[in-house]
Design a protein around this ligand. Structure first.
Ligand code: G3P
Ligand code: MG
Length: 248
């Protein structure tokens, strides 16, 4: 637990990465439920399309690593989800967890009083950006009043397309290390938030972003001491596998 005497994020600026994925199987309802139990207000999750256009919550472009099955997402359909165990790989307590659709997660977030950073993944099997963006838009439109949504992506085209459809949503550009022309790239989307790898943080960059009203969140940090020097310089928030470490 972060000491109350040290600088740290507000409760609203701690995002549980793929849910509380240090302690439960990533991107499952169990991981989102655990984030809520820990007191988180926000979760980060990854979305991609199956071959039949079903929008699912998963990080990789195949189910090999995080389920009992195998194969590319592009070769799977909604009916396959009933036969995949997305929890046993993590531990026997989580046997029977499903690879969830975004619709199912959005419904659960409403019950859990959680908000979500929806990270749009671009994979080779995706047939069109429009199909992907339309699926995300349709799913998030089902959210309850308690659930806020923001969008992030490593793909500026996905952010630009989503911004055209949903100009009121916060858009976050994902970079490992922001490029030299970060300001111009953000303006082109347009986006006013950077999500960057915490190892690439610098006081100099935070001073520049703060001057311009640009938010910066750091991923994926699981040690509060690594960020202590950045909060007073303007770091906005953290995306972490273990939100309990940052919540206070
Ligand atoms: O949102 C930050 C983080 O999720 C980006 O990387 O690969 O974990 O989705 P990844
Ligand atoms: Mg992600």
């Amino acid at each position: 637990m972060t000491s109350n005497t040290l600088p740290g994020p507000s409760r609203n600026e701690v995002q549980a990465h793929r849910g509380a994925s240090a302690l439960a199987p990533e991107n499952t309802l169990a991981a989102f439920q655990l984030a809520a139990e820990q007191g988180a207000k926000w979760v980060e999750l990854d979305v991609a399309l199956l071959g039949d256009g079903t929008l699912v919550v998963i990080h990789d472009d195949s189910v090999d690593r995080t389920t009992s099955g195998s194969g590319s997402l592009g070769d799977l359909t909604r009916a396959d989800l009933d036969h995949l165990d997305a929890g046993s790989w993590f531990g026997p307590d989580y046997a029977g967890q499903r690879l969830p659709t975004l619709d199912a997660v959005i419904a659960e977030l409403g019950r859990l009083n959680l908000s979500a950073n929806v990270e749009i993944k671009q994979h080779k099997h995706h047939k069109s950006l429009d199909q992907l963006i339309e699926a995300v838009e349709a799913s998030i439109s089902t959210r309850s009043a308690v659930t806020e949504i923001m969008i992030s992506s490593f793909d500026p085209l996905a952010l630009a397309a989503m911004h055209r459809r949903e100009p009121g949503l916060e858009m976050a550009m994902l970079w490992g290390r922001p490029p030299e022309d970060w300001e111009a790239q953000l303006a082109a989307i347009p986006a006013a938030t950077i999500h960057m790898h915490y190892k690439a943080l610098s006081i100099g960059l935070l001073e520049e972003t703060a001057k311009r009203g640009i938010k910066v969140r750091a991923w994926t940090c699981n040690n509060p001491m690594e960020l202590v020097s950045f909060w007073d310089a303007g770091l906005t928030g953290v995306i972490t596998d273990n939100p309990a470490l940052f919540l206070r």
